[in-house]
Design a protein around this ligand. Sequence first.
Ligand code: ZN
Length: 383
Amino acid sequence: MIRKARLIALVFCLFLVILTPSLVQAQGELTILNSSAEAEFPFQLNFNLSARSNVNITDIRLCYTVDRTSFAQVTSEAYIEFTPSTTVDASWALEMVKIGGLPPGSSLEYWWTVEDASGNKAETAPVRVQFDDIRYSWRSLTQGKVTIYWYNGDDSFARELMVATQQALGRLAEDTGAYLEKPAKLYIYASANDLKGGMIYPQEWTGGVAFTRYGTMAIGIAPSDINWGKTAIAHELTHLVINQMTLNPYNSPPTWLDEGLAMHTEGALGPEFATYLSRAIAEDGLISVQSLSSPFSAYAEEAYLAYAQSYSLVEFLITNYGQSKMLELLNTFRQGSGYDAALQTVYGFDMDGLDRLWRDYVGKKYQSAAAKWMHPALATAGF
Ligand SMILES: [Zn+2]
């Protein structure tokens, strides 16, 4: 028995001796000890990594892909600066000012790659991290493809906005045949100020914004301002739908079409916009369709007229040629078609042709209103 025990002990010792070198090696292998990420909305995403090896760790990279619509899978890679060592705690921040910001509710997938001086490599499994606006406690309401997120106001406030949202989608489908192809997220902030606090580059006039590639809209709507909110939702939602319906790597639709459809879904043209139209007709100051195809002027007066004309151009096309032609136009733009070519294919006239036909239409429509701007009695009275 004793001999047998000795034998076992010997075998055990041998076993240990054989095992020991490999155990040492296992301890010294390149190992990722910890990886984490935390969001600081809207400013940055912080990533942390701890790794260890028996030789110096020499290369650490953070790879990430942002979840948004694109035509090719884009992976970004950040090289982490650190002093080579056997144990490394690395951190890196994705600063939103450098990438133009991410909307609330967006997410990205990230993973680390680490290499040591012996050429050993380690990679973490991809992990998804959410970029949420945690300044507020969001509630949500989903119907069809739309989810409304809100934190101020009761359930009936959100339900009323949802009804308006579905009605806007209905109007848009009826006028143009366009519909939401992918889910949409609608963040309702309690005010324009709250909304601006969630943006990297807030503009003075920002009341609502559509992050089309993310399928996300954010609008500041106080419960007391719900009627304005409904039109703002209709407007931004249309931008989202039109973007989904026309997205291609080559071209985007002309500004007048995108903004005109957004305004058309809001409802009838507001009187202040109509006034800009009548005055421009009277003063022969209408902007050409060619010019309206590019981004609008930053000057308020000119921008108002640009929006009013865009509404009217869309109204002209839908009234005279119908829903199916408008859908055909959107589908033609989806092929990446140029502006003149798309109009020519669908309607049989180019931008200049549209300009001529529309001026005739709008001139007649606003004739009486325009006359007011030219009335000599008003002119001499100093109006
Ligand atoms: Zn717009």
